[in-house]
Design a protein around this ligand. Structure first.
Ligand code: CLF
Ligand code: SF4
Length: 495
């Protein structure tokens, strides 16, 4: 079994800062793509260079690299039925108040503090809590100030697209290489069910007319970004009964206009959030409904399946939020950027990542070889990063879900849960909710699991094990798949 090594900030403490520094100055490679490349076969080298450290644009990168959002753009020019502006922008976040809105100056202090402490940091995003292109001056000032201090940080924005065409040239000038547009429809009749109004050219528009303007601006913005070579991701909120099947059409439109990725996210709807959909009982999709739609979209615009619907002030690896460690009251008045931890981390990741790629290739080949009769398993993994099984069952707040089938081993999504074990005690009610969240999952892999939850999961038809602790997820899943296929063959022979 491999060494219990995880790529997370916690795990870097035992490695030690001196070791990291030594790695950084040892003359080793300086690129996280060294060794075996994680580059997908159908991607050219230059595109890979632009996404390989971006946790949202590369599924593989999200095991190693972190993003942070600065909440500098509170104003918005449209109303979405899934948003209540007392809460985060649902474009890019789960509902929950932004802890603090920041001025560009405050944002700079915060980014430097995070960059000094969180070596995984690779991307700075502006994702609300309003619209980054509408609240343009703040977005622009923040990006230009911070990229002067930390030149190698990737700049990324998320927008509803209405004001986007007015700023595409400035985005290109500022080297913003990653832009997300939230596009929920290409048919204004459907749009009118999602957007009650927009504010455009000094006037408020409603109904189909509003949706038509929004749609035209979104398409124009996407085409302009594509023409300038900026990598554009499309986020779509899946709203059952409103736009779910329609998203197949959306996927086709955005692919034709050069979108790099399409990210279909589930509507989050709760009366407590005070949104129109929450108050009128519009439900979100189940995890399996979302997966079924994503499966239908395979073959169209390339899909992102690892989105965590982050807060507009999220900090850390996707799936973790360290924002509370960096609130303004904890930051000194003046900060100086120290690149040493980030540089050292990249050296360590370069080695680990090459090792992971080799293990993954081997595991995928084995699964393809063992595949039989369209057999597939869904496996949930508790992880703290690095693509390894290194999370305790009881401490997990999410599971990463992989599917093993004739296609190999693929990351297909995640399931959010409440941690089962709080202060040393497990809650049965929490476990019931976890079992419900694991719908369709056959196996759970973690670094530790207690007898009680293991038995309850088994009673629900889910096999939980810590036998593969610290292995790469794909390696363990390949072994499970071989076992499951052998069991199936035996049962067939006996029948
Ligand atoms: Fe932020 Fe969005 Fe940039 Fe990523 S998030 S602005 S592209 S840096 Fe990522 Fe978060 Fe999903 Fe957004 S997981 S909500 S897709
Ligand atoms: Fe809310 Fe974002 Fe929609 Fe504006 S664009 S209404 S902030 S979800």
């Amino acid at each position: 079994m491999s060494q219990p090594f995880t790529i997370s900030l916690d795990s870097l403490q035992p490695v030690g800062f001196d070791a990291m520094k030594q790695a950084a100055t040892s003359g080793g490679c300086s690129s996280s793509s060294c060794g075996s490349s994680a580059k997908p076969e159908d991607m050219d080298e230059s595109t890979w260079e632009r996404i390989k450290d971006h946790p949202c644009y590369s599924e593989e990168a999200h095991h190693y690299f972190a993003r942070m959002h600065v909440a500098v753009a509170p104003a918005c020019n449209i109303q979405c039925n899934y948003c209540n502006r007392k809460y985060d922008c649902a474009n890019e976040s789960r509902p929950g108040v932004v802890s603090e809105k920041l001025t560009p100056d405050e944002a700079k202090r915060k980014v430097i503090a995070v960059a000094n402490e969180v070596p995984q940091l690779s991307v700075l995003g502006i994702a609300g809590p309003g619209d980054a292109c509408y609240d343009w001056k703040k977005t622009q000032t923040t990006f230009s100030e911070i990229s002067r201090e930390i030149p190698d940080i990737n700049l990324c924005i998320s927008t509803n697209g209405l004001a986007l065409p007015d700023h595409v040239d400035e985005l290109a000038e500022m080297n913003v290489d990653h832009v997300t547009i939230t596009i929920n429809m290409v048919d204004p009749e459907i749009g009118a069910k999602i957007y009650p109004w927009i504010f455009f050219r000094h006037k408020r528009w409603t109904g189909v007319e509003a949706a038509k303007i929004l749609h035209e601006r979104q398409m124009l913005g996407l085409e302009m970004l594509t023409a300038r070579g900026i990598l554009t991701k499309i986020n779509s909120v899946m709203i059952p009964g409103v736009n779910d099947e329609h998203l197949i059409e959306v996927n086709r439109w955005v692919k034709e206009r050069g979108a790099f990725l399409h990210n279909v996210m589930p509507l989050i709807s709760d009366p407590a959030h005070g949104t129109h959909y929450g108050l009128t009982g519009q439900r979100g999709p189940t995890a399996m409904e979302l997966k079924a739609l994503q499966d239908k979209l395979e073959g169209g615009a390339k899909l992102m399946r690892h989105c965590r619907q982050c807060r507009a002030d999220a900090v850390g690896l996707l799936g973790e939020d360290r924002g509370q460690e960096f609130t303004l009251d904890q930051l000194p008045e003046s900060m100086v950027y120290d690149p040493s931890k980030r540089e050292a981390y990249r050296e360590i990741v370069a080695e680990e990542r090459g090792d992971h790629v080799r293990a993954k290739e081997k595991a995928i080949a084995a699964v393809k070889e063992n595949s039989a009769d369209g057999h597939s398993i869904l496996v949930a993994v508790a992880t703290k990063g690095g693509g390894r099984i290194n999370g305790h069952f009881g401490h997990a707040s999410e599971f990463q879900v992989y599917e093993a089938s004739a296609k190999g081993v693929e990351f297909v999504g995640h399931r959010k849960i409440d941690a089962y074990c709080m202060g040393g005690f497990g809650e049965d009610a929490t476990l019931d909710a976890t079992i419900a969240a694991l719908e369709g999952v056959t196996h759970v892999l973690c670094s530790k699991v207690g007898d009680c939850p293991r038995d309850m999961l088994m009673a629900a038809g889910i096999e939980a094990t810590d036998a593969y602790a610290y292995e790469y997820a794909e390696t363990a899943i390949s072994a499970l798949y071989a076992e499951a296929t052998a069991d199936k063959d035996e049962a067939k022979a006996a029948a």
